[in-house]
Write a protein that binds this ligand. Structure first.
Ligand code: B12
Length: 439
């Protein structure tokens, strides 16, 4: 995936900004780019190390924590991020000193302060401590108002910044404007993490942050950017008034596009180039069983609206493990009828913290963290695995006909396009043989 998109480590930049406010000396090591840990440890010699991970990265951070303790057993290791938030007990191992649940800036500040002053860690809200008796959890920490957080510290990633990119945008910066979602899809855990709330920053604080960013391309690193359309309408006005000239890429829902086309027009005028849309499925029955809250009719309309404003739809479909060959064929026909120019396909995955996970956790065919990458099925497929993955790779290969996909690929430029085609070929081969991973 890191060959397809690599985004700045915004979580670490937030945490670092908070610590620097307290006079703590901080370094960010982006090990996706610079993997020489021992040199950094020799030079920087940290007292504490914070690690972040999604579920598919759990074993990576466990190995890292082991390496760190092997280097110096007194280094305090703090783990936070999405997986620590939804399944903290998975980090109940001796390598970790503290597990942080949820938003981490203030928790991290308090932890470091307690380490420095030999203070009482158990009084810090939103933390958990590994022990042989199980994870000891402190009182829950409510989500911080986003405007109370410092702006992320991008100076600490200055040397890496040219490497951050997504398919069409390089270099790319990320800005978080909100957290949570107003929808209640059963495959997603994000709305429940914030206790159902949609937290948002003020328009002025987002504009202030945008003014500090050098990159021309901006990804709005939200769970769902457009939920509060009035706020986003205002943000577009303020961005224009401030004379900010950038290109934007964000997540939006089909129903928001259909209900507020004029707001998308406004955003297209100030630089919105691409919208990632979770289309998920062609069938209204399946959409409804996911509690997606949109219909295929709305999808058709949303495609037309974005196209009419020259915004590229980055359509994402989630293949249910119960897909038959007919379902694959119907999805392919649907995508062709919609005249989409770009689409990606993942496998519907029960992610920890989601309703879908709670309902299915007893029947997972694997629990390997690495397989929570939305490409490995974790539920039994109706088709034999080999056929399922053959059909998946066929979708990638041929659902978008060449005459429609090619002009979009051309936007990469010839040189980049050739390397992209090579990468796609490699990916397709890998996808087709994914069934072998289960043997
Ligand atoms: C942007 C994003 C991406 C970016 C990458 C972001 C990055 N920095 O690398 C891209 C598009 C590349 C991406 C890819 C993927 N993503 Co993604 N992504 C997100 C999204 C929308 C926002 C993440 C983010 O940066 N938020 C902004 C920062 C500031 O917030 P934060 O990470 O939550 O950090 C705060 C706290 O968690 C805490 N914290 C975090 N780390 C730490 C560490 C310490 C020490 C402490 C104290 C606190 C702390 O404090 C932070 C400060 O505010 C999340 C949704 C979400 N809310 O997490 C999904 C999400 C993380 N992605 C998800 C998935 C599944 C994937 C993919 C596997 C999907 C795929 N097949 O393509 C890939 C995996 C990529 C990989 N390399 O392995 C899932 C993860 C589910 C899970 N259980 O793991 C999420 C939660 C979406 C979802 N609907 O469930 N993703």
């Amino acid at each position: 995936m890191d060959n397809v998109f690599l985004f700045e480590p915004l979580a670490l930049e937030y945490l670092a900004a908070g610590l620097k406010e307290d006079g703590v000396k901080v370094k960010i090591l982006d090990m996706r780019i610079e993997d020489d840990l021992s040199t950094v440890l020799d030079e920087f010699s940290p007292d504490a190390v914070g690690l972040t991970a999604f579920t598919n990265q759990v074993n990576i951070v466990k190995d890292l924590a082991r390496d760190l303790k092997g280097y110096d057993k007194d280094i305090k290791i703090i783990i936070g991020g999405h997986h620590a938030t939804v399944a903290p007990e998975d980090f109940n191992t001796i390598e970790f000193d503290v597990v942080v649940i949820g938003e981490g800036v203030f928790t991290m500040k308090e932890i470091v302060r307690a380490f420095k002053e030999n203070g009482e860690l158990s009084e810090i809200k939103g933390a958990a401590f590994p022990s042989v008796y199980g994870l000891y959890r402190t009182e829950k920490r409510e989500y911080t108002e986003l405007d109370n957080l410092p702006l992320p510290d991008r100076e600490l990633t200055a040397k890496y910044r040219k490497h951050y990119f997504s398919e069409w945008f390089k270099p790319l910066a990320s800005v978080r404007t909100s957290l949570g979602c107003t929808a209640r899809c059963n495959f997603c855990s994000l709305w429940s993490i914030t206790g159902g709330k949609y937290l948002k920053r003020s328009v002025s604080s987002v504009v202030k942050e945008l003014q500090t960013i050098k990159e021309e391309n901006i990804f709005f690193c939200d769970d769902e950017s457009m939920c509060d359309w009035k706020r986003m309408d205002l943000l577009a006005d303020e961005i224009r008034e401030a004379g900010i000239n950038k290109k934007y890429f964000l997540y939006a829902r089909v129903d928001t596009i259909v209900r507020h086309p004029e707001m998308f027009k406004k955003w297209a005028d100030i630089g919105l180039k691409q919208v990632f849309v979770g289309m998920e499925d062609y069938s209204d029955e399946r959409l409804s069983s996911m509690n997606k809250g949109v219909t295929s009719r709305q999808q058709v309309e949303a495609v037309k609206i974005l196209k009419s404003y020259g915004i590229m739809m980055y359509a994402s479909f989630m293949i249910s493990p119960d897909y038959t060959k007919d379902d694959f064929a119907s999805l392919k026909k649907y995508i062709r009828d919609l005249k989409l120019t770009y689409a990606t396909y993942t496998v519907m995955t029960p992610l920890p913290g989601a309703v879908l996970y709670e309902k299915n956790k007893h029947r997972l065919i694997s629990r390997k963290p690495e397989y929570f990458d939305m490409l490995h099925t974790l539920l039994p497929t109706l088709l034999p695995l080999k056929d399922f993955y053959y059909e998946m790779s066929e979708l990638y290969k041929s659902a978008i006909p060449l005459h429609r996909g090619f002009p979009v690929l051309l936007k990469f430029g010839w040189k980049d396009m050739l390397s992209r085609i090579k990468l796609l070929n490699f990916f397709l081969k890998r996808l087709k043989t994914t069934y072998l991973d289960y043997q």
